[in-house]
Write a protein that binds this ligand. Structure first.
Ligand code: NAD
Length: 370
């Protein structure tokens, strides 16, 4: 069994607390003989700034490039509010995304059976929900030039952002979406605004071309992004994989995720292109931040970070069976009534961060004996 190289970057606030539970899960997989990991750990965010004067050191970046997968906790906190812009905690994450070329952001929206009541949508709308939003992460209107606020001769100010996409950027994100659909429900919905935007016209054409050339076994539909937003609230279960650009993906992924309940439950993955050996740079992180309001209290929900590790098992390590087992263990711990404070419901058992990690490992043990 070749060891998988894992870099853990716990970061700030609740980051180290939730990462401790990932370590517990990693230890279970190793003890059970189901995987072998070569684990490194380093600083990121405010913790790295305090130690090195920058949000991630070159040495940590070097480890990230050598790793098969990076698991990232969270960064930030008021302690670093006055730190110069280039060294602020978030700069560590931005450098990781940029230097590792992470152009594809994967945000699953899964509704665990035990938490159907936690959604603001009706039970029948979210029960059994399992969809994946694939967002283009490094192009589009957030990065296009010109990007400026100028003062016109009249004295009026004008702001400009530029939405720009080249064929190769659309093609590579479309391939990620189709590849994912092949190991899921074999359906991709591509969301754009081709009715009013030239980038939407090109997006639509390139996604169709990639589909026709390589992925005929996957069903492709095109949907206008505004209609997609409506459908996500009306009947989200109609979707399997949704692929969309940076701006629409930012909004649609938050919308889809919230169908499932708490911020403490949401994992994500950011993937780069494949190198000559077929290896992809990959970073896995919870959607939530460093939660300074609850940091140090041992009450943070570790599920988002543990589920992010589960995505690493599936997408970086090709360990689908182990990823399924971990998902089932999370669902099992919830079904047993274990709840951290953020998802607490009447009649359930309130547990600490460590208590949830222990509960998930106990479920891993139980399920693996079946
Ligand atoms: P946040 O996600 O940290 O917290 C929002 C709310 O959700 C808080 O009430 C928090 O207690 C709660 N929460 C978040 N994660 C939780 C968990 N795992 N368990 C239980 N409750 C949880 O967002 P914020 O308060 O806007 O930002 C706090 C800091 O985090 C800021 O410095 C911000 O810049 C940073 N941030 C970092 C990232 C990142 O590292 N990727 C993302 C978002 C925000």
């Amino acid at each position: 069994m070749t060891p998988k190289k894992l870099l853990l970057l716990p970061g700030d606030g609740i980051g180290p607390e939730v990462m401790a539970e990932v370590k517990r899960v990693v230890a279970w997989f190793e003890k059970a003989g189901r995987a072998k990991f070569e684990i490194e750990e380093d600083l990121v965010g405010g913790a790295a700034y305090d130690a090195h004067g920058e949000a991630i050191s070159d040495a940590a970046m070097h480890k990230a490039k050598a790793a098969d997968a990076v698991i990232f906790g969270a960064v930030g906190g008021s302690k670093w509010d006055k730190v110069p812009y280039a060294q602020r905690p978030e700069a560590g994450l931005l450098r990781l995304r940029k230097d590792l070329g992470l152009f594809a952001n994967l945000r699953p929206a899964i509704c665990y059976p035990a938490l159907t009541e936690a959604s603001s949508l009706k039970r029948e709308v979210v029960e059994g929900l399992d969809i994946m939003i694939v967002r283009e992460l490094t192009g589009g209107v957030y990065f296009g030039e010109p990007k400026e606020i100028v003062t016109l001769e009249s004295g009026e100010m004008r702001a400009v952002d530029t939405q720009v996409y080249s064929e190769h950027e659309i093609e590579r994100i479309a391939r990620v979406a189709f590849d994912l659909a092949r190991v899921r429900g074999k359906r991709v919905a591509s969301a754009d605004k081709r009715n009013v935007m030239k980038t939407g016209v090109l997006w639509n054409a390139v996604v169709s071309r990639v589909h026709a050339s390589t992925y005929k076994d996957v069903e492709l539909t095109h949907i206008l992004a505004d209609n997609c937003a409506m459908q996500l609230v009306r009947w989200p279960k109609q979707f399997d994989v949704i692929v969309t650009d940076n701006l629409f993906g930012d909004i649609l992924s938050d919308q889809a995720a919230m169908a499932t309940g708490s911020l403490g439950m949401l994992p994500s993955a950011s993937l780069g292109g494949k190198d000559a050996n077929g290896r992809r740079a990959a970073l896995y992180e919870p959607v939530h931040g460093s939660a300074p309001d609850i940091a140090g209290k041992g009450i943070a929900n570790p599920i988002a970070t543990i589920a992010s590790f589960g995505m690493a098992l599936r997408y970086s390590f090709d360990m689908g069976a182990e990823a399924d087992l971990l998902d089932a263990a999370i669902a099992g711990a919830l079904a047993k009534g274990l709840r951290t404070a953020d998802i607490m419901q009447d009649g359930m058992t309130k547990v600490s961060t460590a208590g949830m990690g222990e509960g998930i490992c106990a479920e891993l043990e139980r399920l693996s004996q079946l």
